[in-house]
Design a protein around this ligand. Sequence first.
Ligand code: PLP
Length: 359
Amino acid sequence: MPYKKVLDTMQPYKPGKPIEETKKEYGLTEVIKLASNENPYGYSPKVAEWLRSEAQLLQLYPDANATTLKETLANKNGIAPEQLIIGNGSDELISIISRSMLDETKHVLMATPTFPQYVHNAKVEGATFTEIPLKDGHHDYEEFLQAIQDNTSIIWICNPNNPTGNVLNSAELEAFIEEVPSDILIVLDEAYFEYIMAEDHVDSLEWLPKYENILILRTFSKAYGLASIRVGYGIGHPSMIEQFNKVRNPFNNNTMAHTIAKIAVEDEEFLQKSRKLNAEQRERFYTFAKEQGLNIYPSETNFVLIETKRDANELADELMKRGVIVRSGNLLGTPGYMRVTIGTEQQNDQFFEAFKQLL
Ligand SMILES: *Cc1c(COP(=O)(O)O)cnc(C)c1O
């Protein structure tokens, strides 16, 4: 069959081993998954309540405009509904953006290591790309500016960056945005926005009136604890949103997902609780790293990138035998490190205990 040639060089997404498989393979009764940065505290109890109570009109198509969810998000963020596009997770928005803007004549820019979907979608659309290595763990803006070509269409910025977890300095980032030609789209992927605690962090929503070429991506999959419902959203200039809406499948989210996301936005208490518990538990990882003499990246997310002192795949396998699933840095472009989702107090105890035995 005449598939796109680039597919010969690509692999389907490799999911981590599911909990039930791991239990069976290693004869374990308890396994914790600290590999995908899900929220270990679950989701809003208001969502749970709604799920128990509500009868659904499953025969009807969902609202293709996500009207109620957009109104709720617009009110909460002080923006207009026309500035919003809702995706089947922000993953889908990354592909909608790429599909809208890229082809064989276009070029995109991103850091490395960073979230792999930016490169993945560029490849599918046949675009060329330049990956700019992080410098001391940070985005190297000088190199980004140098790498801009006449046909550069998108610059992808993951902030906080996955897999390193660090947040970009707001003043430096804004100075960079200022330097980028205004006909290049700058996507700010802020999947971990709700976890950021840094006091000098500026909410990028404030930049929207000044820079019409930025698009902010946020998601319900991480701090809201709703990875399974597949809802992410983009915020940008209405004229940009209109273009992306032409490419979006009209019924890309189901009705339940819209309603659940709306209820979640309205439960600020659950979000704040997750944020606080996550920050407390995150401290324990720094303390552990210090005690054990391991490098660790400063994280503003619900995961940490921590040194393994040996081959990361091997360590991840050993941890799995002890009932803890993490992500080896070998797969993420950070060999010698692993990415660990910050769990509950008890889950983290189990991780520290297992890791200690292996050090
Ligand atoms: C998890 C993650 C996403 C994907 O989020 P979904 O909304 O679940 O598709 C996007 N970007 C980054 C950086 C992530 O870590």
